[in-house]
Design a protein around this ligand. Structure first.
Ligand SMILES: Nc1ncnc2c1ncn2[C@@H]1O[C@H](COP(=O)(O)OP(=O)(O)OP(=O)(O)O)[C@@H](O)[C@H]1O
Length: 963
């Protein structure tokens, strides 16, 4: 009961605060909670004992004054009033006093607040006990005040009988969860009633203030010495004012002299702000629940249930530990013991008969207990003692067994569940992100928004070598900047553009530059970020993305790698094709793009390497109206891109010549490759502590980008090295003597990258877009040069030519099936589709194709063998030199073989000094300059068939390929 009353103290405070709120005071719920918490937490460390008192000793169901004569009753009442006043001189709220008509103020007020059904008035003894708790050392003053106010208020308004019954049933505070719920309900009722009471008292006090002010005005001379209560009142006002100054919760209340007995909630300055204007109840159920959520109440109840038992032990448990001998001698032998309760903690509580304290000269307020070793030994001892005392069997002392520390069973039973629920709530909130209205925020778009002022600094000048694409996309910029220019003439602005092309060609860069130029927000998201394992998340993210975009219009949305979601919906037949989640995401994009009108000024750009697999619905006019294909840069484009990136590094090389030479060396390179080469060159220079980046560093970088790292640790056996040298020499001789072969730059037997034991580098004749049959035949013959050289110089052949055969066969097959270069098969195109089960040609055609492919390869073989037989000596020369030097440049070749019998192409002549060595136009450089590599294999699945034969970047594979 004491505990429950303590809770009422909190409730009183809440009620009072509620009243303050109603009067215009602001008191946040956090401060309320902050004030609730110390009530329990601050006092725990002071607990010397944890035993609980028997509530029966403090409370009874009957009013102790009930059977007393009325004058005695009144005096009792008055005594307790005065005692309460003495105990707490701040206790100026609702302390009933005797009125002139003989009725106590308490009785009068009680009449105004008739008890509802099931409510009782607490006895003075019960209330007094509660006040004692307030007087305990260590309790902060504000809590003591609250407690006293609550006691006084409860004294008038009463409390549900259930509360008393609960307290009686559970003196140790071990409530079940169901009972805790009941307590919450009871407390809610009490709070409401207490609040009503305080408001009434407050109104009454206000009325008295007004009267007092009036009488003062009438009798200005009649200032009297203030009564003690008034002095106390003023004292409290001063205290409140100080609190206000210190930023306390009672802000906004004007100070001033008040008169009359009073409620704490009285408006001391006579100035009421925001108070209830009418007679209605400002603390109606709705209001109450609005201020204190169910969560707050449950929290309070849980804290109460878990912590209060300790507080109770601290403040109420005037307990005394005694020994078994004392129990035997002073209690059992005198027959004072009514019951013994054994707790799981090894303590036994001694419950005495009602009249035992007086009979045995004991303090009735002390709870006695003793410790036992084990339950068995205790039972034995007790039995022996009772036998010894000759207590008859029927009068033996009953022994109870109970669990102490009410919180532990609850924690053990409900702790894990509560923890789980708490964790779940926490995760929900923290993952919920903005708004948190969607489960875990999965449905939130992951698009990053760049603000033009901060993040997107890219301009069109940073994007080199794609003039047509830039011009095309410029229109979007003008639309975002000056939409009226287009709308005036009734033109509809394209809603979006698909930027497609091989990887690293600057699609993202172009989109960023568009945002940078137009100066609008830029939402960047990758198609794969819409994909989640949960169905519906993708479309939800699309919705969220477009909703954010609408809020920030005008703006640009850029969806990179849109093929992750925009793949054709008919592709279900393909492995891993049909996917409901992907399709619903795509549908949502289609819907959103239809949903905004052209005046909304949202431009959607999308980047992909696989425009060919996109759904047709995405590509139709009205959605992605523009298709901008961004190819690998041309010679001019590469020069421009090199210029952009060279600006960022320190080099003293002649810019014009450097750019030209590097661009010549890098046909087929994308913008990203070029950026990488420049960066690698700077790193190479830094590695050797060079002052600036030189040409050699660039060429090393190109070689590294193409061929991978040199593998110095890979040591070949002498015979293997010899085979590799003759193999590479075969390629080099072919490249030197076939007219249509690409000019040779370098031949090496230093292993590089993955599996390449040696390689020959050639420079393809510029940006070749077309190839003749002769070029193809020479290239095939040159590719077969390695194996044929092995045949001619060794008794056996090796596995090293496998990759060469693959390339040759592929070229020959394409000549027959795609390029119409076979008379027998004719001008036909049979594309190879690995997913098609049936070939798109008859068996006869298949045989014809096979025969033609074989014929072409045989022809190339014969052509190569003929040359290498004729140049067997030269092959030997080059191979032996290679074995000596491991790497030969074009100069070495000229030295060994003389000038190449055919002129080289223009760019090669210009930047590599033709056959006279690697001289720059100004005469510098020349001898000793390392040559550069060819472009990387141009096998891009998404680009239109640019079926140039892959460059002869030789890979000699090891034996493991056979496994
Ligand atoms: N035309 C260009 N001008 C200047 N730099 C370029 C150009 N193209 C590419 N780059 C460089 O390459 C980098 C990568 O380019 P970007 O990310 O735009 O390629 P992408 O086409 O979007 O590639 P992917 O298709 O793989 O996403 C850029 O950051 C830039 O440094």
């Amino acid at each position: 009961m004491a505990r429950i009353l303590r809770q009422s103290a909190q409730l009183a405070r809440i009620a009072r605060q509620s009243q303050q709120l109603a009067l215009g005071r602001s008191l946040s719920s956090t401060s309320r909670l902050a004030r609730l918490a110390p009530l329990t937490a601050r006092h725990l460390p002071q607990s010397p004992s944890r035993s609980s008192p028997s509530s029966l000793r403090f409370y009874s169901t009957e009013d102790p004054n009930k059977n007393k004569p009325s004058d005695e009753k009144e005096s009792s009442s008055n005594n307790s009033s005065s005692s309460s006043k003495n105990n707490n001189n701040n206790n100026n709220n609702s302390v009933p006093e005797e009125s002139s008509d003989g009725q106590t103020e308490l009785e009068k007020t009680r009449k105004e607040f008739p008890l509802p059904d099931g409510w009782v008035h607490f006895t003075e003894e019960e209330l007094e006990r509660f006040r004692q708790f307030g007087a305990l050392k260590g309790l902060p003053q504000f809590m003591k005040d609250d407690l006293n106010r609550t006691v006084n208020a409860i004294r008038v308004v009463g409390a549900p009988d259930e509360l008393r019954e609960l307290a009686r049933r559970h003196p140790n505070g071990n409530l079940t969860i169901g009972e805790m719920g009941r307590v919450i309900r009871i407390l809610t009722k009490m709070t409401k009633r207490l609040a009503e009471y305080e408001v009434t008292m407050h109104r009454r006090a206000l009325g008295r203030d007004k009267d007092a002010v009036k009488s003062k005005e009438q009798d200005p001379q009649g200032a009297k010495e203030p009564r003690p209560e008034e002095q106390e009142q003023e004292k409290e006002e001063r205290h409140e004012e100080q609190t206000k100054k210190a930023g306390g919760p009672a802000a906004g209340q004007a100070g001033g002299a008040g008169s009359g007995k009073g409620g704490d909630g009285k408006n001391k300055g006579g100035k009421e702000s925001g108070g209830p204007q009418d007679g209605g109840n400002p603390f109606g159920k709705k209001w109450f629940l609005g201020r204190f959520s169910t969560g707050d109440l449950i929290m309070a109840a849980v804290v109460w249930a878990l912590i209060i038992p300790y507080a109770e032990a601290t403040f109420f448990g005037q307990s005394k530990e005694i020994t078994w001998q004392e129990v035997h001698k002073d209690f059992l032998s005198k027959g004072l013991v009514k019951k013994l309760t054994v707790y799981n903690t090894g303590k036994v509580r001694v419950e005495l008969h009602q009249d035992a304290p007086s009979a045995g000269g004991l303090d009735p307020n002390v709870q006695y207990f003793f410790s036992i070793g084990s339950v068995d030994s205790f039972q034995k001892q007790l039995e022996e003692a009772q036998n010894q005392l000759g207590i008859p069997l029927q009068d033996r002392i009953p022994v109870n067994y109970a669990t102490e520390g009410g919180m532990w069973p609850i924690i053990m039973a409900f702790g894990p569940t509560l923890l789980l629920v708490g964790l779940l709530m926490y995760t929900t909130r923290s993952l919920g992100g903005r708004g948190g209205n969607q489960m875990f925020g999965f449905g939130k778009s992951k698009a990053k928004m760049f603000n033009h002022e901060s993040a997107v600094k890219v301009k069109f000048s940073d994007v080199a070598g794609m003039d047509e694409a830039k011009a095309e996309i410029m229109e979007f910029v003008s639309f975002l900047k000056t939409p009226e220019r287009f709308e005036r003439l009734g033109a509809k602005i394209p809603r979006g553009a698909i930027l497609s092309g091989p990887p690293g060609t600057g699609k993202t860069l172009l989109a960023k530059a568009t945002a940078g130029e137009s100066g609008v927000p830029f939402f960047s998201v990758s198609g794969s970020e819409f994909v989640e394992m949960f169905v519906g998340v993708g479309s939800s993210r699309v919705r969220d993305l477009f909703a954010s975009a609408r809020k920030n219009a005008p703006c640009i949305i850029f969806i990179d790698e849109i093929d992750a979601i925009g793949r054709s919906r008919q592709d279900g037949s393909r492995p891993g094709g049909s996917n409901d989640e992907r399709e619903s995401t795509l549908n949502q994009i289609l819907t959103e793009m239809d949903g905004f009108n052209t005046s909304e000024q949202i431009v959607v750009l999308a980047g992909t390497n696989r425009a060919d697999i996109l759904d047709q619905a995405l590509l139709r006019p009205g959605r992605f109206d523009r298709h901008i294909y961004i190819d690998r840069p041309t010679m001019k484009g590469r020069q421009d891109i090199f210029k952009v990136h060279l600006k960022k590094i320190v080099t003293k090389e002649d810019q014009e010549h450097l750019v030209g030479r590097l661009s010549t060396l890098t046909p087929g390179f994308s913008g990203a490759d070029i950026a990488n080469v420049v960066n690698e060159a700077a790193l190479a220079a830094a590695r050797v502590n060079a002052e600036s980046v030189e040409l050699i560093h660039f060429e090393q970088a190109i070689e590294r980008v193409i061929g991978g790292l040199e593998r110095k640790s890979l040591v070949l056996k002498p015979q293997e090295k010899r085979t590799v040298a003759y193999h590479e020499a075969g390629h080099a001789i072919c490249g030197w003597y076939f007219e249509n072969a690409d000019p040779l730059l370098k031949v090496s037997i230093i292993p590089r990258g993955k599996g390449a034991l040696g390689y020959a580098q050639y420079l393809p004749s510029g940006d070749a877009y077309l190839m003749t049959v002769e070029q193809l035949m020479d290239r095939m013959a040159m590719t077969l040069g390695g194996r044929i050289s092995e045949e001619l110089h060794f008794p056996t052949v090796t596995t090293g030519a496998s990759d060469d055969f693959r390339k040759v066969t592929q070229m020959a097959r394409k000549m027959v099936t795609e390029w119409g270069m076979s008379d027998k098969v004719g001008p036909m195109h049979f594309s190879e589709d690995p997913h098609q089960l049936q070939k798109p040609f008859s068996e006869t055609t298949a045989q014809a194709i096979d025969a033609e492919v074989r014929r072409i390869v045989d022809q190339a073989y014969a052509q190569c063998r003929e040359l290498l037989l004729a140049k067997k000596h030269e092959v030997g020369l080059v191979a032996e030199e290679l074995l000596k030097k491991e790497m030969l440049t074009r100069d070495d070749m000229v030295r060994l073989l003389g000038k190449r019998p055919f002129p080289d192409h223009q760019d090669f002549e210009k930047y590599f000094g033709g056959e006279d060595g690697l001289k720059k136009p100004d005469g510098s450089g020349g001898q000793g300059q390392k040559s550069a590599p060819p472009p990387p294999p141009a096998e891009d699945a998404g680009s239109p068939p640019k079926e140039q034969p892959s460059p002869a970047f030789k890979e000699v594979r090891g034996r493991d390929e056979l496994r």
